[in-house]
Design a binder for this molecule. Structure first.
Ligand SMILES: Cc1ncc(COP(=O)(O)O)c(C=O)c1O
Length: 435
């Protein structure tokens, strides 16, 4: 542990924060309720490292919950942000770069013929749902248990991420009448989808899915699941929405839908494509997208939508994807980490399965790969908490919840993975034979 004493520790900051910010955090996933200890306060990041308020250096395997494909403060992205900011941070008027950015998204994602930029993943999903209802004239939305699609009312039903961590199945303040329009079925359960469509198909506006679930930990789609959803929605006239806020540009220079050859009607994108700046997008078939105002009757707007600084960061991120193609390396690093962790756990007699896809991974404290929320809930979350705390003390920062995906970035090195595995071996030795 590298710790330089500082008068402004995370502990003191958290104490102050709890007096003025509910729970001391501006997003519940930043609270450490599930793992214990004081939430971290970060003062700086560079590459794969972050530095806490008390001066601890940590290798970051959370990566701002996914967007930092090239690590922290990548110089090309920072230079683009600085240049754009110097030219003006917001106009509320169109800028040339947003045209370039939208063209690039349409070029790299064949199912996206037109795209509307927004400022967050939540906004992107909110817009996609409204569009789906406006286009189809239907009411119901089908989502999957444990998938998280941001905090718009309709999606706060059996959601993953912070709600799952906090044990909340639906939020207070969401009208029962709104929640009633959202149907929830288990992830990877095509038979349940088919049954549902038989009952509600004629009033089903859309099925929304994380094509690779990342918000109950990493759960890849079962063979045929996504193709089955495509076929089922096409049959009943509902739209298929792939929420790629985590997976878009994370597993390749495009969406997961493109990589696996499945064309959703709409795709939602977020944080990654802005290189860590606040941005989101909804895109899809032109016929549907033309329903958006000012062309069509579905209203959507935003003062900061297509913000010039965020778009400049996004263009720099896309340019880096083209020039460096980080994806093969991310997959190699992810595989090294997951295989190494599984081997270390086996050796230490720890029950663990580390799931991995590209640069995404989740160490599940259970014997086999979970396939849905019911299986993921069998994880030994107390062991994850202990693992998290000890890994943090050994210089590795993971998401502070068992039910989240962790990430490697192009800034991580093989040495970082080796250090992670060494820290994990030391940690496992103290965890003993639990659970
Ligand atoms: C799949 C998915 N959709 C939507 C969102 C919401 O995005 P944001 O937090 O930018 O509102 C998230 C956030 O993590 C997400 O993982």
């Amino acid at each position: 542990m590298n710790q330089t004493p500082s008068p402004t520790t995370s502990h003191l900051l958290f104490e102050r924060a709890t007096r003025v910010i509910p729970g001391g955090v501006n997003s519940p996933v930043r609270a450490f309720n599930a793992v214990g200890g004081d939430p971290l306060y970060v003062v700086r990041g560079a590459g794969a490292r972050i530095w806490s308020a008390e001066g601890a250096e940590l290798t970051d395997f959370c990566g701002s919950w996914g967007p930092l494909l090239f690590g922290h403060a990548r110089p090309e992205i920072i230079a683009a942000i600085q240049q754009a900011a110097a030219e003006g941070t917001s106009f509320g008027i169109n800028t040339p770069r947003e045209v370039e950015f939208a063209e690039a998204l349409c070029a790299q994602i064949p199912s996206v013929e037109m795209v509307r930029l927004v400022s967050s993943g939540t906004e992107a999903v909110m817009t996609a749902l409204r569009l789906a209802r406006g286009f189809t004239g239907r009411r119901k939305i089908l989502k999957f248990d444990g998938c998280y699609h941001g905090h718009t009312d309709a999606m706060l039903v059996s959601a993953g991420s912070g709600l799952l961590t906090g044990g909340i199945s639906s939020s207070a303040g969401v009208l029962a009448s709104v929640a009633a329009e959202t149907i929830v079925v288990p992830y990877n359960d095509l038979a349940a989808v088919e049954r549902l469509i038989q009952q509600e198909g004629s009033d089903l506006a859309a099925i929304i899915v994380e094509p690779v679930a990342g918000n109950m930990g990493l759960i890849p789609p079962a063979e045929g699941f996504l193709a089955g959803l495509r076929a089922a929605t096409a049959r009943c006239g509902a739209l298929l929405i792939f929420d790629e806020v985590i997976t878009g540009f994370r597993l390749g220079p495009t969406t997961y839908g493109t990589l696996c050859g499945i064309k959703p009607d709409l795709t939602t994108l977020g944080k990654i494509m802005g290189g860590g700046m606040p941005i989101g997008a909804v895109g899809g078939r032109a016929e549907i997208m033309r329903q958006l105002a000012p062309l069509g009757p579905v209203y959507q707007a935003g003062t900061l939508s297509g913000n010039p600084v965020a778009v400049a960061a996004g263009l720099a991120m896309l340019a880096l994807c083209r020039s460096e193609n980080p994806y093969p390396r991310l997959a190699t690093l992810g595989r090294q980490l997951a295989d190494g962790l599984n081997a270390a756990a086996r050796q230490a007699g720890i029950t663990l399965h580390c799931a991995c896809l590209g640069g995404m991974f989740t160490p599940f404290f259970m014997a086999n790969a979970p396939t849905d929320l019911a299986t993921v809930k069998q994880c030994h979350t107390a062991s994850y908490g202990e693992f998290f705390r000890q890994m943090r003390a050994r210089g590795c920062y993971l998401p502070p919840s068992q039910f989240e995906a962790a990430f490697v970035s192009a800034a991580h090195t093989e040495d970082d993975i080796a250090r992670f595995l060494a820290a994990a071996r030391e940690t496992f030795a103290t965890l003993g034979k639990k659970p």
